[in-house]
Design a protein. Structure first.
Length: 205
């Protein structure tokens, strides 16, 4: 009995596995599991896991300025520890710039809700905050602090640099939110909280 004719190649079929993994990992905002990558790329999980380990080893052997780490149950790119002085110099070079309103609101949500995930911050503000979160991390105002047991999402908290910049001895010196929250039903309060707590943080400076 003749074998069935192979179906037409799809766009994924012609993309090599390692370049595809690199492209995806360049845009992820949280560690991504090998199982998820295998599902997206329609490749065997064993092959994906092997390719990820090989990529991580290749970056180390080549002395690249970044590395591929397995953290919090998933894979993600990080700058290499040995390059920290260069990264720190770059980050601190922009410290004089003022925070935007979006950055201030995001920072305020983290300050009052910490530890909190990116998705929760976005839900409170009503907009995607991935880019703003990266800026706050780069400026040393926010840092990762573990992950949620249920979802594996990275949790964030404010740093000592945040306290120094705000002139606070501790988080207990943040002003109460009640005077800044408008009268609203419980359903509406969450979406309005971003601006309210931003104003509270400004008043604490």
């Amino acid at each position: 009995m003749p074998l069935p004719e192979p179906g037409p190649l799809t766009a994924l079929d012609v993309v090599e596995l390692k370049p595809a993994l690199e492209a995806i990992l360049m845009v992820v905002t949280e560690p991504t599991t090998g199982a998820h990558l295998a599902q997206v790329l329609e490749r065997p999980k064993r092959a994906v896991d092997r390719a990820l380990r090989e990529l991580a080893a290749e970056y180390t052997e080549q002395g690249r300025g970044f590395e591929l780490r397995f953290v919090a149950g998933g894979w993600r790119y990080y700058s290499r520890v040995s390059c920290a002085p260069a990264v720190e110099r770059f980050v601190l070079d922009g410290q004089h710039a003022r925070l935007t309103q979006a950055a201030l609101e995001t920072l305020a949500v983290i300050a009052y809700r910490q530890p909190v995930s990116r998705s929760r911050v976005s839900a409170v503000r009503g907009v995607n905050c991935d880019g703003v979160m990266r800026t706050l991390v780069q400026r040393g105002l926010v840092e990762e602090t573990g992950s949620e047991p249920e979802t594996g999402a990275i949790l964030y908290r404010t740093t000592n640099t945040f306290l120094e910049r705000m002139g606070l001895r501790g988080l207990d010196e943040l002003p109460e939110l009640a005077p800044f929250l408008p009268e609203a039903d419980d359903v509406e309060a969450d979406s309005q909280e971003g601006s309210a707590i931003a104003e509270a943080v400004v008043m604490s400076r």
